[in-house]
Design a protein around this ligand. Structure first.
Ligand code: GLY
Ligand code: MN
Ligand code: MN
Length: 430
C-alpha cells in the first residue's frame, strides 16, 4: 500500500466537500462463492481501497466532517484465522491504517444507529449494493423516528466527488500505473516470443499471465483476451479454446494490476511471425490511426477529439483499401466505418479498467487535464461474414496503449512492447 498519509489526504479531501452534519458510508467488497464453498479470487472494492488501502473483505468505512474516521473490520479470531487467513482486527486499525478508530464489524449497526441520530445527510456510493443495504437497514426500520425518516430524503450519492478525485492521478498513482504498464508490456513481449502455430489461445494467455506473476503482479486487471483469426473480431472474446493457425493474426488484450491499478494493452501480430500483404495494409492503417489519436491527447483539448481523429484516419484508409465507399466527408457523415470499427477509442484507466470519472460536464465533453490516464485503442474488425473483399476477411486488429496526459504532451506508459510491424517481426524471429 501507499504511505498512510496518502489515504488520510484522500479522506480529508472528500470530507471537505461534504456538508456539515453529514456522514459517508463506504463498504468493502464481500467474498463471492464460485461453486459450493470455493470462492472467486477476492478483489477489494475500488472506492473502499482508494480511501483506506485495506484489502480485507467485510469492512466498512464511516467518515464525516467533525467526526473521527471509523473503520469496522472483522474481529481477530485465532481459530478461524487458521482456516481462512490472518485478519488485522479493530485493535490494529489505527497503527496499520492510520484510521482514527477501529471497531468490530458486528458493532456497525448499533454504532451507525447512534451516529445517524445526529446527522442531517447520509452519503454513500449509490451504485454500491452493500453500502446501500447498510444505509437502508439502519435508517428505514425505525418508523416513528422522524430524524431517520428525514434521512430517507437526505441521501446523497458520494460517487461524483469520489470518482472525480479518482480521475486525476497523483504521483504515487502514476508510479503504480507506470509499473502496471511496464509489466503488462513485458507479458505481451513474452507472448510474441513464445507464439507458434498449433498452440492454443489459452496456452498463449498463460505465457502472458506467467510473466505478470513472475514480475510481481498478483492479478490480471480483467480477463485476458487471446483471439486468433476471426475470433479477434469478438471484442471481449474470453473463450480461448481454439488453436492458433499459421497465416492468421492473433489479438491479445491483457493487462496486469499493481496495487489495484490496471494496465490495459492490446497488440496484434502474425501467428507465424510474418504479416501478409493484406494484413500489413490493415495493420498499418490501425497504427496510423492510433498515432493521430495520441497526438490529440493534449491538455486542454476536448476528450472527444482523439476519437474523432481515429475515426477520420480509419475511414480514409478503409476508403483507400476499397472496403467502404467514399468520398471521405460523406463516409464520415454516414458512419460507414461502423461495421468495422464499433467501439470508442479510449476510456479512463485506474483502479478499474474502465475507470470512473465523468466524460461530460453539463452535456459537454470535458477537456483533457494533467493526471488523467486514458487508453488509446483504435481497431478494425472484418469478420469472415463481412462484405469486405475476401483478402481482408477473418482479421481483427486492435492496438492499445495507456496514455498519461501531461503538460509536456502524451506520456505512453506502455511503450516497452513493440508495435511497428518490422519491430514485431524482428522480435518474433528471435
Ligand atoms: N481490456 C478492455 C478494454 O480494452 O476496454
Ligand atoms: Mn481498454
Ligand atoms: Mn484492453
Amino acid at each position: 500500500m501507499f504511505s498512510l498519509h496518502v489515504y488520510e489526504e484522500r479522506r480529508s479531501r472528500l470530507k471537505a466537500l461534504m456538508p456539515d452534519k453529514s456522514l459517508a458510508i463506504i463498504s468493502a467488497a464481500h467474498e463471492v462463492i464460485r461453486n459450493r464453498d470455493a470462492e472467486y479470487p477476492f478483489r477489494q472494492s475500488s472506492d473502499f481501497w482508494y480511501l483506506t488501502g485495506f484489502t480485507e473483505p467485510d469492512a466498512v468505512l464511516v467518515i464525516g466532517p467533525g467526526h473521527p474516521d471509523r473503520l469496522f473490520v472483522r474481529p481477530k479470531n485465532p481459530d478461524q484465522e487458521v482456516w481462512t487467513g490472518r485478519r488485522l482486527g479493530p485493535e490494529h486499525v489505527k497503527t496499520h491504517l492510520g484510521i482514527d478508530e477501529g471497531f468490530p464489524i458486528e458493532a456497525l449497526d448499533s454504532e451507525l444507529g447512534r451516529l445517524l441520530a445526529d446527522v442531517a445527510w447520509v452519503e454513500y456510493p449509490f451504485y454500491c449494493q452493500r453500502s446501500s443495504e447498510i444505509v437502508d437497514r439502519t435508517i428505514r426500520p425505525k418508523a416513528g423516528n422522524s430524524r431517520r425518516q428525514d434521512l430517507l430524503s437526505h441521501r446523497v450519492d458520494l460517487s461524483r466527488h469520489l470518482h472525480q478525485a479518482r480521475l486525476i492521478k497523483s504521483p504515487e498513482e502514476v508510479d503504480a500505473m507506470r509499473e502496471a504498464g511496464r509489466i503488462s508490456a513485458l507479458g505481451h513481449v513474452a507472448a510474441m516470443q513464445a507464439c507458434e502455430p498449433g498452440m492454443t489461445e489459452d496456452q498463449l494467455a498463460s505465457v502472458v499471465e506467467h510473466c505478470f506473476r513472475m514480475e510481481g503482479s498478483a492479478a490480471v486487471a480483467y480477463q485476458t483476451i487471446v483471439g486468433g483469426g476471426d475470433n479477434a473480431c469478438i471484442l471481449h472474446y474470453i473463450d480461448r479454446n481454439d488453436r492458433l493457425h499459421s497465416g492468421d493474426l492473433v489479438l491479445i488484450d491483457a493487462g496486469c494490476e499493481i496495487q489495484g491499478y490496471a494496465g490495459d494493452i492490446t497488440r496484434t501480430f502474425p501467428v507465424n511471425g510474418s504479416f501478409t500483404g493484406a494484413q500489413a495494409d490493415l495493420y498499418d492503417l490501425v497504427l496510423s490511426a492510433q498515432a493521430e489519436a495520441i497526438q490529440a491527447m493534449v491538455v486542454g483539448k476536448s476528450i472527444k477529439l482523439f476519437h474523432e481523429a481515429a475515426i477520420r484516419r480509419l475511414t480514409e484508409g478503409l476508403i483507400e483499401l476499397k472496403i467502404i465507399e467514399g468520398p471521405l466527408e460523406a463516409a464520415l457523415d454516414d458512419k460507414r466505418y461502423l461495421p468495422y470499427y464499433m467501439h470508442g477509442t479510449g476510456h479512463f484507466l485506474g483502479l478499474d479498467v474502465h475507470d470512473v470519472g465523468a466524460y461530460e460536464d453539463s452535456g459537454q465533453p470535458i477537456e483533457l487535464a494533467e493526471g488523467m490516464v486514458i487508453t488509446c485503442e483504435p481497431g478494425i474488425y472484418i469478420s469472415k461474414l463481412a462484405g469486405a473483399p475476401a483478402t481482408y476477411r477473418g482479421v481483427g486488429i486492435r492496438i492499445e496503449d495507456d496514455v498519461l496526459i501531461t503538460k509536456r504532451g502524451p506520456d505512453i506508459l506502455t511503450s516497452q512492447v513493440p508495435k511497428e510491424r518490422a519491430d514485431i517481426e524482428a522480435l518474433m524471429r528471435g
